[in-house]
Design a protein around this ligand. Structure first.
Ligand SMILES: Nc1nc2c(c(=O)[nH]1)N[C@H]1C(S)=C(S)[C@@H](COP(=O)(O)O)O[C@H]1N2
Ligand SMILES: [Mo]
Length: 313
């Protein structure tokens, strides 16, 4: 205390010297010392096939993280629970060819479709989106994808379809994490129909202009930029239209912490993490203020008018 007071009262020079001392100490430690160490625990994914894309007008202008960040620091519990596990354990993951998606529930076009078929005549767009995990880290990722709405339309949902549910591949041989009970398998997620139809909601097949590596959810994953990362279900094999709200895997495992909506909200804390601040990788420190709806409020806040977002987290 005495130290703070004396520097406050008179000795500005001393204060400036102290700042200079701290700055030089940090410089001596080297920038790498304050970078998140888990980023460097694995090799980045090998580069994949290039995709023909056009830039989406809905793309943001933040400067993206690197390929190394996006492919070495992942959450994909099917391949292990640490951030560095998926880069290692998904290296051998081979999405089966052809990749098929079951279309089920309240829609006219139930049945099996192939990803290839879904992509036929589809324009793939580059969209730079902020990506925010519950745990307080964030990245900016240039996804390659197409609006989920375009897949939904071709399924011809009935008037009863109020929600869409997604399911990840179940394959214990290729996904070692599915032999553990950290979550119930397969991973399930869901959206309300208006959220699913929103133009910001995409199905991604790539990032940085290349096909998705295993760790990022090859060959098809959901991206909903105003929600926490866990909504972004990976390696999707089933899409089901429902009249009632589905229960997602994280809701099932810890409902007090993980709600169905999962809209990024600095005012609602997770029992273990503040949601008011975030560390933009590669930084280790949560020095960035988190924006409501991850900064997409102008475009999506109206979806929730009349909904108490503290209760519906
Ligand atoms: N099937 C499946 N999808 C998943 C997860 C998972 O464990 N399994 N983790 C989620 C979480 S918590 C996050 S933050 C994002 C991470 O996506 P990224 O690794 O591409 O950054 O994927 C989400 N999708
Ligand atoms: Mo997450």
């Amino acid at each position: 205390m005495a130290d703070i007071q004396s520097s406050e009262i008179t000795d500005k020079r001393c204060y400036l010297n102290r700042r200079a001392f701290i700055a030089s100490a940090l410089a001596a430690a080297g920038a790498s010392a304050i970078v998140n160490p888990e980023l460097h625990a694995q090799q980045p994914a090998p580069h994949g096939r290039k995709l023909a894309t056009v830039k989406s007008p809905l793309s943001g202008s933040d400067s993206p993280n690197t390929w190394e960040h996006a492919t070495t620091y992942n959450n994909f519990y099917e391949f292990g629970t640490s951030k560095s596990d998926p880069a290692l354990n998904a290296r051998g993951f081979k999405p089966r060819a052809p990749w098929t998606i079951e279309i089920e529930g309240e829609c006219a076009k139930r049945g099996t479709i192939t990803l290839e078929d879904v992509l036929k005549g589809q324009t793939l767009e580059d969209r730079v989106y902020r990506h925010r995990c519950v745990e307080g880290w964030s990245m900016v990722i240039p996804w390659v994808g197409f609006p989920l709405a375009s897949l939904i339309k071709r399924c011809e949902p009935t008037s009863k379809a109020a929600f869409v549910e997604f399911t990840t591949l179940l394959d214990r041989r290729q996904m070692p994490g599915q032999a553990t009970d950290v979550l119930e398998w397969p991973y399930v997620e869901g959206l309300r129909m208006d959220e699913a139809m929103h133009p910001l909601t995409i199905l991604a097949v790539g990032l940085y202009g290349e096909v998705l590596p295993g760790q990022n959810g090859a060959p098809l994953r959901l991206v909903v930029p105003w929600k926490y990362g866990f909504k972004g279900i990976k390696s999707i094999v089933k899409v089901r239209f429902l009249a009632k709200q589905p229960v997602s895997s994280w809701q099932l495992s810890w409902p007090q912490a993980y709600g169905f909506f999962a809209n990024v909200n600095p005012a609602v804390a997770h029992p273990r993490y503040s949601q008011a601040v975030e560390a933009r990788l590669p930084s280790l420190f949560r020095t960035m203020r988190t924006l409501p709806f991850n900064g997409y409020g102008d475009q999506v806040a109206s979806l929730y008018s009349g909904l108490d977002l503290r209760r519906n987290y």
